[in-house]
Design a protein around this ligand. Sequence first.
Ligand code: OOG
Ligand code: NI
Length: 484
Amino acid sequence: MPAPAFLEPWQLRAAFARSLSDMYGKEVPAYTTLLDVSHEVNADFVTQHGADAERLGSIARVTAERHGAIRVGTPTEMAQVARIFGAMGMRPVGFYDLRDASSSSVPVISTAFRPIERSELARNPFRVFTSMLVTADRRFFTADLEQRLENFLGARTLFGPELLALADRAEAEGGLPEDQAAEFLRLATAAFELSAEPVDQAWYRELEAVSAVAADIGGIASTHINHLTPRVLDIDDLYARMEARGITMIDAIQGPPDWEGPDVLLRQTSFRALAEPRTFRTADGEIISDALRVRFGEVEARGIALTRAGRAAYDAAVVEIDEAAAAARADDPGFTEAQRQQLARAVWQKTFPTTEAALADQELGWFTYEPVVEPVETQVSTGSTRESRVPAVVRQPIVYEDFLPRSAAGIFQSNLTSDGAKDASQEGTERDADWMAGALGRDLNDPFDLYADQVARSLTAAAETLGVDPATLTTTHRTTGATR
Ligand code: OOG
Ligand code: NI
């Protein structure tokens, strides 16, 4: 089949995800090991579980699935990122404030760029968690440091005019001709490579004393992708296999515990950033080589998206586990991660039902409804049955496409060389979803609204196909097939 002469946004997105993955594999070899192990885990899972393995996404989707993370400094840079991802059909979704989600100094707020339509997600679900510094926040930066940071950030160019012009053109025209697409992909990938430019040592170290994240963002004149995360179908298996290969993982898998009920939201783990050689310019102009740990490897397993009620239950469960674990640790300093997991499982068992059906009935999880026409056998007279057909719907879980602030903070934290300094006596700067939308110059999508919309659309479509009232669909026409 000849290559297409024009690439649509989803094709740019899929090609960009591949291109970044190739680049990152060259730059961070442990990432390649992570991919190999992920493929093994997924292949074995599919062999063991058959069609059930694909309940939360086809194996083709899951194998290609990645999320990346980038960090920028200013609203201007954030708006430019939105244009580049906009060209690939990726929209900003959700507002995450990591300043309070972590005990370490993480002075950023974030959103995630991702496709929002179901059909687009199925084509390629590539998403990028994008964080920006809050330089005005006095808990982290003095007025003097804020000013010098702003000067530094204002003087740099992360994304050149050619890249931005191609991005705007792709967005306006619904894609790019092949040659321009190739150039766009080349420039976009290069914008996220690790720069070989010498780092100003004094400036980097000054920021690092406040926050390693601030130094990573504002201490250098470029940005870089700091991890690229594959998705696995069994993260406990992956964790064990990575350790068996001699790669040290962080202590815990973030998010829900391993338990007997349905997987919800997101579970993640990572290996620590590796020391990579970098050159520095010292205060007296000398170029020296040293190392920085900025890029790491993360992996994730995705579960069912939770409704607002489900999410509130999740958040409460997390607090309960934290408090119980802190108390247990105070009693017994030898309290282990395995014991914490055990405790987490117990909290989960009283918070969440063990079946998908109950998760749906209690309106804790999001599900779509697909029409089916079920044959029903009726006894007509002795020894003979007649088959009639009734309209029915099968319930399908919606996979969680977003992130968790708590886990994100844990991921940031596990990779910091020091906690930095945070002056809790100062007032934090107010930032919210509206502020972020203003910085982006675009609508910021609410994840809950997107899931709710997906459910509503599935019900309308199913009702139309079956010729019944959508309001009665889930209660009267639910098929017995969906009994998980
Ligand atoms: C982003 C960390 C958040 C996730 O998966 O929760 C993230 C970062 O380190 O810049 O990627
Ligand atoms: Ni991540």
